[in-house]
Design a protein. Structure first.
Length: 87
């Protein structure tokens, strides 16, 4: 295994570790951490449900190509297609 530890592809340095240790030793504002919004934003009043979808390699390639052209995510395109179908 070995090698350099990375976070998001960026090597973690000894200096960065020392900064994290110093920050932790000072302590964290727990109330501020609780107030932070985490996770994906909601899609309405009700919780959204995740639905699995199987696509062929060809379908996925076409979806990705269109998503790139329109600067959207796969999910955005699929939601738009379902909304148009259901209208």
């Amino acid at each position: 295994m070995g090698g350099v530890e990375k976070i998001d592809g960026v090597p973690v340095t000894e200096a960065q570790i020392a900064e994290w240790v110093a920050e932790a030793e000072v302590g964290y504002d727990v109330e501020a951490l609780k107030r932070r919004e985490r996770g994906r934003p909601g899609r309405g009043a009700e919780p959204a449900q995740v639905v699995a979808l199987r696509l062929t390699a060809e379908q996925l390639a076409k979806l990705d190509a269109r998503a790139a052209r329109e600067h959207k995510s796969r999910s955005e395109l699929i939601r738009e297609a379902i909304a148009a179908f259901a209208a």
